[in-house]
Design a protein around this ligand. Structure first.
Ligand code: PMP
Length: 428
């Protein structure tokens, strides 16, 4: 149906050679061949505005990252059982961005592996097994992490040791003190674990609750929840795969918006600008409980090329002042998007921090009934306007606006204009 010969050839081939779990975006799939900064080009030469990809976080094909990777690739690439400077220098630089108590770093290739190890560490440290996550969260693809990833849906059963808490959604939860409300929900689940003979090990959360619908929440509200976690002998694992690396504008790490100190930080996606590199940062006494008994080796994790990419990314974030950039441009974008909320009955809520914004579509403002179909239709129409994004949240009705940090003020018109036209055409 209206697909070009090129796209049809590739989709046909995909369906023949790839595993069937893969999902493509869009009724008319996009065939990308090139990227630069916040822009992407398809095989027909059409230019797109990328409002979705936080992996190419400092911008697609950033020359500083390319140079660092190529140079190291030309020199040496091997594993972490030999001495190498870059992993040590990078660890010092990365740990310097974290609270002082967090003083150890380990490296993997994916966010899933980082969270998988974090759960194992939490269990070794606490002697428990129970893990609490939010209702629509996603933490990875391994056996352990898919068992704490309700976003995967009913086809993927949660582990018997997993407990869910509703996300702190200011738009849908009517609580005068959201922090207290959230902390109470965590205590209830810890109590439920105890009632079932499960000892609590930890709370694993993405502090911007991306899969739950992008919920930055009021600054500082997480503290009460973390106090409950600690009082009950568990640890707090901050999954920074989404909000980390300057994304939220207000801080380098997402949790730092809430002034809390995690016991473990996990990260991935934005760390290497597309080179597979992920990490786990931890308090040394927490990590020791695991390391004393169990060796850890990750063949590709922390290799010189991955570390060179990661080091270049950190340098670019600092040199280009991308955290301040994310804060300033994100605030401007949020304000422009808020004018659309005023204009359209179907825009229920617009919220975000830095260049991470949730744009929630509803049947009408009074009922707040989620409008998933509208969100899907808007996403498709944005794609026709060459703006790439996707949806999030338990109802699939929240547009997830999360461009590379290379997104500029001058890109706002393209995005907001396309969104305005789409809503004008589609709203009921
Ligand atoms: N945690 C969060 C919050 C994520 O968004 C993701 C990936 N979407 C992961 C973990 C897993 O990362 P990866 O795909 O690199 O394994």
């Amino acid at each position: 149906e209206g697909l070009s010969a090129d796209v049809r050839k590739l989709t046909d081939k995909r369906s023949k050679v790839l595993g069937e779990s893969y999902r493509l975006f869009y009724r008319k799939p996009v065939h990308l061949v090139r990227g630069k900064g916040q822009y992407l080009w398809d095989a027909a030469g059409e230019k797109y505005l990328d409002v979705y990809n936080n992996v190419a976080s400092v911008g697609h094909c950033h020359p500083a990252v390319i140079d660092a990777v190529c140079q190291q690739m030309n020199q040496l690439n091997t594993h972490t059982r030999y001495l190498h400077e870059t992993i040590l220098d990078y660890s010092e630089q990365l740990l310097a961005t974290a609270p002082a108590e967090i003083d150890r770093a380990m490296y993997m290739c994916t966010g899933s592996e980082a969270n998988d190890l974090a759960i194992r560490v939490a269990r070794a440290f606490s002697g428990g097994s129970g893990i609490i996550v939010t209702q629509e969260s996603y933490h990875g693809t391994s056996d352990l992490t898919s068992g704490v990833s309700p976003a995967l849906g009913s086809g993927q059963p949660l582990a018997a040791t997993t407990r869910l808490v509703p996300p702190p959604d200011r738009y849908r939860v009517d609580a005068p003190d959201l922090g207290a409300w959230f902390a109470e929900r965590i205590q209830q689940q810890i109590d439920d674990m105890a009632a079932h003979g499960i000892k609590f090990a930890g709370f694993l959360a993405d502090s911007i609750f991306s899969s739950d619908g992008v919920l930055p929440g009021p600054k500082g509200f997480l503290q009460q929840a973390i106090d409950v976690v600690h009082r009950n002998g568990g640890i707090f694992i901050a999954d920074e795969v989404q909000p980390g690396f300057a994304r939220t504008g207000e801080a380098f790490w997402g949790f730092a918006r809430h002034d809390v100190v995690p016991d473990i930080i996990t990260t991935g996606k934005p760390m290497g600008n597309g080179i597979p590199v992920s990490g786990l940062l931890a308090k040394s006494h927490v990590l020791a409980a695991f390391s004393d008994d169990i060796p850890y080796f990750n063949t590709f994790g922390g290799n010189p090329v991955a570390m060179a990419a990661a080091q270049a990314v950190l340098k670019v974030i600092k040199e280009e002042d991308l955290q301040a950039h994310s804060r300033v441009v994100g605030a401007k974008l949020l304000s422009e998007l808020t004018t659309l909320k005023e204009k359209y009955e179907c825009v229920g809520d617009v919220r975000g921090s830095g260049l991470f914004i949730g744009f929630e579509l509803v049947k009408d403002k009074a009922s707040r009934t989620p409008d998933k179909q509208l969100a899907l239709d808007v996403t498709e129409m944005l794609r026709e306007n060459r703006v790439l994004t996707s949806v999030a949240g338990p109802y699939g009705n929240v547009l997830k606006l999360r461009p590379p940090l290379a997104f500029q003020e001058s890109d706002i018109d393209w995005l907001v204009g396309a969104l305005d036209r789409s809503l004008a055409a589609l709203h009921r």
